[in-house]
Design a protein around this ligand. Sequence first.
Ligand code: FCB
Length: 448
Amino acid sequence: MIVKAFPQDFVWGVSTSAYQVEGAWNEDGKGESIWDRFCHTPYRIANGDTGDIACDHYHRMPEDVALMKELGVKGYRFSIAWTRIFPDGKGKINPKGLDFYDRLVDELGKAGILANATLNHWDLPQALQDLGGWANRDTTDRFAEYARVMFDRLGDRVALWATHNEPVVVTSGYLGGSMAPGLADASVAYRVAHHLNLAHGKAVQVFRQGGYPGKIGIVLDLQNYIPESDSEADVLATHRMLDHSHHLFLDPIFKRQYPQGLMEWLGTIAPQPQEGDMEIISTPIDFLGLNYYFTLKVRYEPWGGLLKAAARPFSAPMWSQTEMGWGVHPEGLTAILLKLRNHYGNPDIYITENGTAAPDQPDEHGFVQDRERIAYLRRHLIAAHDAIQQGVNLRGYFVWSFMDNFEWALGYRPRFGIVRVDYATQKRIPKLSAYWYREVIRQNAVWE
Ligand code: FCB
């Protein structure tokens, strides 16, 4: 047996997001978000599911934190629902919303669990969407305002802050498809991407000016894209995909510029920074959050939309696809981590999401022996360990997800949790993977 030991102080965590677990969508003064609106629109979400109740985490938060503690978890990544704080996106603050997150970070503190808070995990206030949402430059200032309120209230107890989660998915919400706000207007989408970057930079500046004790970064989903063949057309299509999903966000933040190739490809619909924007966006961050799930093989495809590219899931030998139809390729994680080391100045990195939706089969007690999930997590941790050995500054790992939850447009069918949620009773039942993870944490190591 080979034991792969992780560095001391490595943060072993679990991850969720507000809309996916909290429920209580209109309680205690919470306003409507674009995800509330989207889910309440017929035919948007599989099975007509909504996040109205979700895992009822809003009411069960203390017991959820207690379970994390029991499982030995060292960090909890959650997101803050902007609409609990500013029900109308701006103006009047809702004290009860602030109180909820205040209680959460206190509870985490008592349990000795590090707090990792994301400000925007996609649930923009609907009131701001009505004014254009992220297409409206004014939203960047509203975001900075909201960020300041949160830093002021929780800044003494939150160790890690992230501005956005996966801004490319927010951008996709304006390109058409299955994510809120469900618009399809490519001429707006890249303005949205720029405003997300600008909002990020403004929030980082507020954080720096306030001198808060924690660290701040952004969470990007960087999947591994490789060309289907070495033909020039496939290689260029892969570059376009990478520019769109990686470099559109990485480059302005780390290199103060947009990827030139993509700018030329997009022409008049490319981001149009105003003077000073790039300086704001590239305000140094303390860490990068990485969400990694899969590898895609890319080919040139004349009907492949704006980017003229198409992608299919790729799995390493012996692996089938997950319940999401995603491939499994742990080495892809090492590749992405090395890319960040080689081309983006070897930043401090936390893997803020990684995990899988497996075909869980509960026994009569609701217990799930999810060996597939354990195999997935173990291989990805080994891949992460390989990267650390090659000099990557990886500081922590947060499993997606702490518990089964609302998987956006796919509703409740895919189950990502290491804890099973029986939605009829809201009972939490740790799966075998939760006990396995507890052992990983205890030993600060994986073994193969
Ligand atoms: C990521 C999201 C997260 C979750 C996982 C499965 O893209 O950030 O909320 O849905 O995928």
